[in-house]
Write a protein that binds this ligand. Structure first.
Ligand SMILES: Cc1ncc(COP(=O)(O)O)c(C=O)c1O
Length: 401
């Protein structure tokens, strides 16, 4: 497949020179993005209900974020964390003002943010012999060795043993399972308030409340992985805010830079001295450029009432999906929060995903046969109507619907 502009055989280069850790089905080459739309190398347009897996929450190439990146790239890109840069403290302040009083550490990805949280929990707990973390069987926390060990789904760990020790896996949304796993070596409980890769599974409110109480009673930490469900995805800035149950520390990444790589973890003020100078670092963490992008993202979320649009469009999309479920028995149930939505299917979710893509709609799969919808939080009624029309066509076409 030639790139029209350059004549370069991109698919050929990919096949020969890029390690095959990803499988492309179908093999689309994207060349341009604007808002909820993407354009491929043949000129075909796609409505993107995947947002780069909850990364481009403001839509592709949001003008204010692009402008901020351009401006900052002409001024200062990187100086190393041996010095302060003019944008990192500003971003930390903006984030903390949307969260709880505390302090942030900046890195580059979700896995790195979770690694930081795990290191924090061990550093905090080790003096009292606590260095184990209770995690969830259906969770996903990343692909580094510590975050793989924390990840519940064993398929991701296959071939990479030995697993890093220090993690105890229990069933999600099962309070008794967590409570009975707490022991003298437990430092923390870590979970995603809304599980993404596991199949778009929101925590029950009562479960989270009881887990918070348990952590307080036992004197252990509660850590939230908001890498996928944070940054407005569920209708509040962080997912925990809609539950009214706050953690002691949380990780975020993905949508923080709307596509520009940046991750972070935030700790409550009382834990700000656990990680002292020399205990944790990241060369590229929190560069002026990445922080300028993330500052522009947060400003846009506030200025453009993104959280309100997310909540309103969620109600509309859920209603439309409900109508679809009334029409097709293949849709067993619909779940999620805000614009993080999962359709539990009786037909292969991967098949619906493929047909949707052929018809110009990008969606995702997750967990056990769940079709995952993660539209940009800027989505409009018109765009949702278009997506529903395409999904209708897909369910009509896929056998057994
Ligand atoms: C909840 C959650 N945590 C962590 C990660 C890992 O993030 P990254 O791929 O940026 O390392 C992901 C990625 O999908 C995720 O969904």
């Amino acid at each position: 497949m030639d790139n029209k502009n350059t004549g370069i055989d991109i698919a050929g280069l990919q096949e020969k020179y890029v390690l095959k850790t990803y499988s492309f089905s179908p093999p689309i080459i994207f060349v341009k993005g604007a808002g909820a739309y993407l354009k491929d190398s043949t000129g075909k347009r796609y409505l993107d209900f995947s947002s780069g897996i909850s990364v481009c929450n403001l839509g592709h190439c949001h003008p204010a974020v692009t402008a901020a990146i351009r401006r900052q790239a002409g001024k200062l890109v990187h100086v190393s964390n041996l010095f302060m840069n003019s944008r990192q403290p500003e971003l930390a302040w903006k984030l903390v003002s949307h969260c709880f009083d505390g302090a942030a550490f900046f890195c580059n990805s979700g896995a790195e943010a979770n690694e930081g949280l795990i290191k924090f929990a061990r550093k905090w707990g080790n003096p009292t012999g606590r260095n184990e973390i209770i995690v969830m069987k259906e969770s996903f926390h990343g692909r580094t060795l510590a975050t793989l060990a924390a990840t519940g789904r064993s398929k991701y760990r296959e071939g990479f043993q030995p697993d890093m020790p220090g993690f105890v896996h229990v069933l999600f949304n099962d309070f008794e399972a967590a409570a009975s796993a707490v022991g003298p070596r437990t430092a923390a409980i870590m979970l995603e308030p809304v599980q993404g890769e596991g199949g778009v599974i929101p925590a029950d409110k009562a479960y989270l409340e009881k887990i918070r109480k348990l952590c307080d009673e036992k004197g252990i930490l509660l850590l939230f992985d908001e890498v996928q469900c944070g940054m407005g995805r569920t209708g509040s800035f962080f997912a925990w805010q809609s539950y009214g149950v706050g953690p002691d520390g949380l990780s975020l990444a993905k949508a923080l830079g709307n596509g520009f790589p940046i991750g972070a973890f935030i700790l409550k003020r009382k834990f700000e001295n656990v990680l002292v100078p020399g205990t944790h670092a990241s060369t590229f963490g929190g560069t002026a450029l990445a922080c300028a992008a993330a500052c522009a993202v947060i400003d846009a979320i506030d200025r453009e009432n993104i959280l309100l649009n997310c909540s309103e469009q969620s109600v509309y999309l859920m209603r439309k999906l409900g109508e679809l479920a009334g029409k097709y028995t293949a849709i067993r149930s619909i779940r999620g929060r805000g614009l993080m939505i999962g359709l539990v299917l009786d037909v292969p979710a991967s098949e619906i995903r493929k047909v949707a893509s052929e018809n110009g709609l990008l969606v995702l799969t997750a967990g056990d046969n769940v079709l995952r919808l993660l539209p940009p939080l800027t989505i409009s009624v018109k765009e949702t109507d278009k997506a529903i029309k395409i999904l209708d066509k897909c369910f009509k076409k896929v056998k057994g619907s």
